[in-house]
Design a protein around this ligand. Sequence first.
Ligand code: 5AD
Length: 365
Amino acid sequence: MLSYDEILAHLTEPSGDRLERLRRRADALRRERVGDVVYLRGLIELSNHCRRNCLYCGVRAGRRGIARYRMTIDEVLQAASLAKRFGYGTVVLQAGEDAGLSDETIAEIIAAIKQKFSLIVTLSLGERPDSAFLRWKEAGADRYLMRLETSNRRLFEAIHPSGGGDGGVAKTTDRVAMLGRLRQMGYQIGSGVMIGIPGQTTEDLARDLMLFSELRLDMVGSGPYLPHSDTPLGKAAEALALPQDDPRRAALLRQAGWRYPEADRQVVPSNEMAFAMIALTRLLLPGANIPSTTAIATLDGQHGRAMGLRSGANVVMPNLTPTKYRALYEIYPNKAATLETPDQTHAAAIRQIRDAGLIPESDRA
Ligand code: 5AD
């Protein structure tokens, strides 16, 4: 078992031979424990309405400037039918915390997907009351993804203002407890963090990994933090990237309105760091489902996905959202596959999996 100190050593400037050796170890363990088949999860981004005001996110309630959409039930079923046609085993229903998507509507969608396509249904719908989680389980949902974003409580609070868009948001959230309750209800549970949040340290990431292991997560998806210039944290990140003595720095930081004492201590949000996180996650949770995430593919459109898959990941989540909505689900800029059709996104995913020398789940269908 990896110790905290060993984890920390691997996260300190991951590069060169040391990173290569770590990736190879994780790659070998992935092969031994979960094999060479890469699972495909069709991602359907149901709605970009959100009552939250997360400082990093491009669909936060406070962001004007973008049109809001909510898919109809028919559109969702249409997208799910593509997952079936492409030979995926799972769909992931993801959305902002949209009060306009009622618990009952979501239950109806889940039941229809199970009944028509018998796909595994994973939910990624943010925080809702337990009554909703129970209702959705009853309707047939199988898994729930709830990222911790960071296990550093102070940093979590600094990037997640309480109050949200409509005041109806819980003041404090305890996502660890929430994940525990979801598991109790019979869900498989997944989580993950953003890598390179301003103020986040390698020690924070090492603790995140220890927590993934303690929680015995079934799924872990992490990706680099990507600054969005139309968000407070994105503006702060741009300011922090300037040299300490640059006069624009203080002004920009003030404008961003984001204060965090250790803002300057930041892990680099690089793909190398993401690969190290994937590899360490695999070593800590050998049987887990670990995606090579869209944020990684966004940083390196050519090789990111495949490199993630050669670092211990065994899952890809191709986007099946109708093209007309994709640009609006802009949680960060230049998101991979934004201009593609679902067919193109599927083809690219298959290519990236083969590039990694692995076997797409759909080949077995
Ligand atoms: N950069 C990287 N990841 C982001 N997410 C949201 N905004 C950003 C960003 N600017 C991630 C969060 C969220 C998931 C759906 O997208 O981790 O849980």
